[in-house]
Design a protein around this ligand. Sequence first.
Ligand code: NBG
Length: 836
Amino acid sequence: MKTSKAKSPSRQRKPSVREDTRTGLSPEVMKRAIMDNLNFIQGRVPLTATRNDWYMALAYTVRDRILHRWMETIETYMGSKEKSVSYLSAEFLIGPQLGSNLLSLGIYEDARDAVAQLGQNLDKLLDQEEEPGLGNGGLGRLAACYLDSLATLEILGVGYGIHYEFGIFDQEIHDGWQVETSDKWLRLGTPWEVPRPEIAFVVHFGGHTEQYADENGRFKVRWIPARSVRGVAHDITVPGYRVNTVNLLRLWKAEATESFDLEAFNVGEYYRAVEDKVASENITKVLYPRDEALQGKRLRLEQQCFFVSCSLQDLFRVHLRRGDDLRDFHVSNAIQLNDTHPSIAVAEMMRLLVDEHDIEWDTAWDITQNTLGYTNHTLLPEALEKWPLPLFASVLPRHLEIILEINRRFLDEVRARGVTDNGRIARVSLIDETGERYVRMANLACVGSHAINGVAALHTELLKQDVLHDFYELFPDKFLNVTNGVTPRRWVLLSNPQLAELITSRIGDKWIRDMERHFPKLERFADEAEFQDKWRRIKYANKKKLASIIRGQTGIVVDAESLFDIQVKRIHEYKRQHLNLLHVIALYHRIKQNPRVDIVPRTVIFAGKAAPGYVMAKLIIKLINSVADVVNNDPDMDGRLKVVFLSDFNVKNAQPVYPAADLSEQISTAGKEASGTGNMKFSMNGALTVGTLDGANIEIREAVGEENFFLFGLTATEVKEFKSQGYDPMRYVEPGSELAAVIDLVARGHFSNGDPRLFMPLIDSFLHHDEYMLMADFQPYCDCQDRVDKAYRDEERWTRMSILNVARMGSFSSDRAIREYAEKIWNVKPVKIRIK
Ligand code: NBG
């Protein structure tokens, strides 16, 4: 990364007073600091140090420099009245920290020098880091991109989440099947977090409530809980890119209030002595590995309330310490709810204000509503969280009372606005009473927030028309759209350093902090032969790098000259990895029919985890691997078709994938993918998209130009129409057609050693239900892939399209998204942090 070298602060600035081993940025000072940390933190000498020791020593060196900036940030914050943002999220998928922190500080190359002087190789140390897998997929990764942008835009903010002991499971592939192993990210310790045992709050569960009158005769409620748990803060710093602002990601870890019951121990009941500790710690033991699906499990509700309560108590503590009145809480605080997972915040905030801080209901309600904003991330009905009322009552009896009171007042208001339709009143109620009774968390979030947003234009439209239609009719002004974005720091600069360098050589390096403004300048090079040539060479180098990773992991040899056609994301039927696979089988079939057929050589790459309980998704992984087995071992396919499934897709493994793609698969059934963010990462790295009119694909296509995007498939409206007219998938499987042949191959057991039963559930779903309309979209998809082939054969045209994709992706930076949140929802402004 020569660009950062040329501008690195260590080469520009004069030595400062604090240029000591904890803050100095020159390679010499850092070298000394690394040795110090190796000796005094790791307790090692070079002779006995493992690679992990060196990694830790370097990481602590970097952490010191970040903490230095963090102290300035916190001092500025505590001494001011500035408003800050809290992003509440049950997931943060932050990825490995070392590389991005080095970039933020502008010392990537200097650190390389420093470790080289100590006989170490920076790339190997970077590779040593195990990422905290504290998220499932897009939702958690979005939260991480937003933290990066908040800090880079110099907005004061905190991410609040859960310190899971085990994050998302590690995925292995055994005999083609997904096997889950637990993610032990803390096994070797993590240098990035600062445990803060003195910042801890107690959270209660269960029990019952009592009514009483306070000394002024006011009606009050006292909650007598059955159980209490302590949440202890663990902080991870989030430095902005080349600015002094350092924000925090504060994660709560559950501990017992009393970790050891001496009485039980004394009477010889050794297990009972630690029972409470074990039960309490369970709350933050493990991340639920299902995205987009409701659990309805007690522990998950406890997790949600646990981290929300700790976060709100912390915010109240800081607010009061700044000398402010709680009645002004919303003036200096904006809180964003990342999906419904933290939406219990509505009730918890009311409880804290009314029960614990003696604020009257109406005022408390104003504060709550003015503080909270709710982002919805899904259109799938099964992902809208709701809790059975008896379960809710047994975990959070006081919150249930508060929710019922909010509901009573809310429904009165609805009626007062002239709504008489009982159907509508029942639909907006916070309690689902259509059968077994449930608490509806999305409704709670909608009622308790002043702003409700979707994450792409189509998604927001569908929320208004469909999922949240009744709320939209009641409060049209609350609704707005903020299309997702991803950080160009991690997803271009860090992941694709050669491309970043080429871009910087032409337009300077301001794009790193303002992609929207500067990327368009790349357009003028789209047809320049020399630029095109460099562009292609970089793509080729990135493909070679991925090819070597593939070979190392799977033994499969792929040709970097072939078209790299990639689909990486969680495995879901609505995302239609199996549609991609049907196309692969069609190609296989064509080559088998005519081994001399003229097709563009392709390497089709998949990666992604399936929820452990999602049988169909796991079967899709098995089918991908089974097709790969047959295809990759058939000499007729040599030099024409390869299929790869890369295991354990996570942030670290994703970084070399996006830069290596020629073609990005974004093929969800229209109306199902709220936004997608992988689609943005691919396109920013010069891949062209084959996609449906779904989620942010629509806006990406508008931005890059329809001639630079491969569109196919039914629209969301058509999907709805087809379904209402009684969609019959069989109609699309005409005898003698390619689709019939493809399905027949799978059904006959061609990819399962002649066993027709293995993939029966998939065949059955294609032919008889096809909820996600694969049959209807198959032919248009194949035709579109033929257009891809044609375009790929014309090297210059393809490169031009690729450059234009990148040049026009500027607005998909998370900086743009965060600016929109800051202006439209949070009403916060940047604050400059000065280093004294
Ligand atoms: C996911 C959507 C994606 C979207 C991310 C981030 C959930 C519940 N939703 O389409 O499926 O890009 O959120 O907004 O995980």
